[in-house]
Design a protein around this ligand. Structure first.
Ligand code: AMP
Length: 147
């Protein structure tokens, strides 16, 4: 079997992200693969103002969330020894962005947590589930404690 060459770790900075990150780092070391990290700042709720136009709830909030996510991403990258070039901070739908990046960057393994913010009540979270169904490559859903 040919080993993995490019592993993409998707993080939502939820409480057990550390376990998922360590698994991804271990696998990248084992296969001598490139490790990239992605975080997607989720779409903000949209208000229907009643004028036939949808207005973003708070435009400043997006840039604040992006700034805070950037700091957390940089800290994680330092911990995992991932170069800045291999970090992606996106805004939009997490499942769509993860798949898009995987397709565009020849990722051959995506590592996600079995559940995160969206999936506490589910066996497999909604992002994890969607990535599993649509990924162009292998997906590892790391089972998180408590589920
Ligand atoms: P969920 O499906 O939301 O329960 O989350 C399951 C896993 O999907 C998380 O452990 C992350 O690996 C990944 N994930 C969820 N949301 C995001 C996000 N906004 N950015 C990057 N990865 C995410």
């Amino acid at each position: 079997m040919e080993g993995y060459k490019h592993i993409l770790l998707a993080v939502d900075f939820f409480e057990h992200d550390g376990n998922v990150a360590e698994k991804a780092r271990d696998l990248a070391d084992k296969y001598q693969a490139k490790l990239s990290i992605v975080h997607v700042v989720d779409n903000l709720p949209i208000i229907d103002a009643g004028y036939g136009v949808d207005i973003p709830y708070n435009l400043d909030l997006t840039s604040e969330l992006m700034a805070s996510a950037k700091t957390r991403l940089a800290k994680l990258a330092e911990k995992l020894a991932v170069a800045e070039d291999n970090l992606w901070l996106e805004a939009g739908s997490p499942k769509l962005e993860i798949i898009r990046l995987a397709e565009q960057n020849k990722v051959d393994l995506i590592v996600v947590g079995s559940h995160g913010r969206h999936g506490l009540a589910l066996l497999l979270g909604s992002t994890a589930n969607s990535v599993l169904h649509h990924a162009p490559c292998d997906v590892l859903a790391v089972r998180l404690p408590g589920k």
